[in-house]
Design a protein around this ligand. Structure first.
Ligand code: PLP
Length: 283
């Protein structure tokens, strides 16, 4: 397996990063994860636009980065022979040989990329997953895709310890999103809800793509905050993300969601999305 680190393609186990990197010391880093299906990057431009926004937001220069990233993605995919999976990319504040909160006036970014082969539409998409609800303890700029992921990592550990797949985060009685996905809830036959954008959640690329598909079909979505109570009483729940695409959540805090099986709205959204990338659920 070949990864890309600070200007070079190197073997995964030979990649070496300075412990003084601001990404390591301060989580001063942006990241993106772009799905690959049939050898092609899904929604690449949207991911790069979000990366630009995050970099602007966390004071890391992005000069000249955009032009290089497309070919680096393609080269990494080709070198690793990935046809289905994802590419991970992280831009850090760079390394300066000392631990200095402020650092130089203009940072020189570090860049790390790897890719992985993964079945994007598998068992989990077919049968659904279980999740627990956990208090959202993240920082206040969740709209930036940064590597400040400690609370999500701990939420996943808690979920896994209890035999669940993932976690759904909430604060002050309202649901924010999944620990690494946006959340959608079907409240009754006509009401599909996902949280409105703002600083509280990540503007998911898959979320936007699903919204676009639904708009084309004339299906309305309420974009608003969902209470924990609404979530726990929902007919259907599903998540969207680049690596999970659309995953039905069939169990919450140990209790079945609706019938305990992926519901009709979720199946419809999956069908639409998968067709859009040239896939299908039974593939
Ligand atoms: N929300 C959070 C907190 C995430 O970490 C992610 C993806 O990792 C998402 C939402 C989904 O975003 P996207 O569809 O762009 O992968």
């Amino acid at each position: 397996e070949i990864v890309y680190l600070n200007g070079e393609f190197v073997k995964k186990n030979e990649a070496c990063l300075s412990p003084f990197d601001r990404g390591f010391l301060f989580s001063h880093a942006a990241y993106e994860v772009t799905a690959v299906f049939d050898g092609k990057l899904i929604d690449f431009d949207a991911h790069m636009a979000r990366l630009d926004r995050t970099l602007d937001g966390i004071d890391i220069p992005r000069d000249g980065l955009a032009e290089r990233l497309k070919s680096l993605h393609e080269e990494l995919i080709a070198r690793n022979g990935v046809t289905e999976g994802f590419v991970y990319l992280q831009v850090t504040g760079g390394a300066y040989g000392r631990r200095d909160f402020g650092g130089p006036e203009t940072l020189t970014p570090g860049l790390f990329m790897f890719c992985e082969t993964r079945n994007l539409i598998g068992e989990k998409a077919q049968h659904g997953v279980s999740a627990i609800t956990v208090e959202d303890q993240r920082w206040k700029r969740r709209d930036y895709k940064t590597t400040q992921l400690l609370s999500q990592a701990l939420a996943y550990r808690e979920a896994e310890r209890g035999g669940a797949f993932g976690a759904i985060l909430h604060e002050d009685g309202m649901v924010t999103e999944g620990a690494s996905a946006n959340l959608w809830v079907v409240l009754d036959a006509d009401t599909l809800v996902t949280r409105n954008l703002g600083r509280q959640i990540l503007p998911g690329i898959t979320r936007q793509s699903v919204l676009d598909h639904l708009a084309r079909e004339g299906i309305t979505v309420e974009e608003r905050a969902i209470s924990l109570e609404e979530l726990l009483g929902a007919r259907e729940v599903f998540t969207t993300s680049a690596t999970g695409l659309i995953l039905p959540v069939v169990q919450l805090d140990g209790k079945p969601v609706g019938t305990g099986k992926p519901g009709p709205v979720t199946r419809r959204v999956q069908g639409q999305y998968y067709r859009g990338i040239g896939a299908d659920l039974d593939a």
